[in-house]
Design a protein around this ligand. Sequence first.
Ligand code: COA
Length: 174
Amino acid sequence: MLQLIERCQKYVSGYKDYCQELYDNHIIYFRPTNPNSIDDNWFFRTKPWYDKKEKGLIEGQTISFHYWAIDDGKFIGEFQLRPQLTEKVLTDIGSIGYAVRVSEWGKGYGTEILRQGLLIAKKHGMEKVLLTINEENAVSIRVCEKLGGELQDTIEVYNKEEGNHLLRRYWINL
Ligand SMILES: CC(C)(COP(=O)(O)OP(=O)(O)OC[C@H]1O[C@@H](n2cnc3c(N)ncnc32)[C@H](O)[C@@H]1OP(=O)(O)O)[C@@H](O)C(=O)NCCC(=O)NCCS
């Protein structure tokens, strides 16, 4: 059974494999950690940064909570929650980031991660979340709409990975 858990040293090697798969497949819709930077000390080296990020103590960075998705001991994917509706959240990254390792696509994991993630968002006191999805990311659009996403609009945006593109903004009421 898939579970969203807090980041922990035990699953770092699975996390690295997951990042490697996204890198190797040139996935542009989600930016994982560079797998080459993940060594034996990575978890403890980066923990203070993630802790500060949760508390909003990193200047210029949106508050975010990071969860890892594990099924039967195997690293499957991740879920990120940004509880504040900042300008950056509204026009770029959205309230939620989620991804599944490429070798596990199409098995229902993405839907389950988002479903459980919405419950976490509710526990954080959120009443609605915004998903921002590249118009060409048909799979994420499908997952979002399945879980009740209502399209607000489509805007033109630019970022380094995706270039100029259309971004759909979906709200899910919790
Ligand atoms: C988006 C992502 C998390 C989905 O994960 P997944 O485990 O493959 O998703 P699921 O198996 O739960 O569901 C996929 C759905 O898309 C559908 N689908 C697959 N290919 C499709 C396509 N080309 N067009 C439309 N729908 C498609 C599937 O049929 C399924 O819907 P169904 O349950 O109604 O049959 C995964 O593709 C991923 O990690 N992508 C890269 C990161 C990313 O894009 N994150 C989201 C950023 S907004």
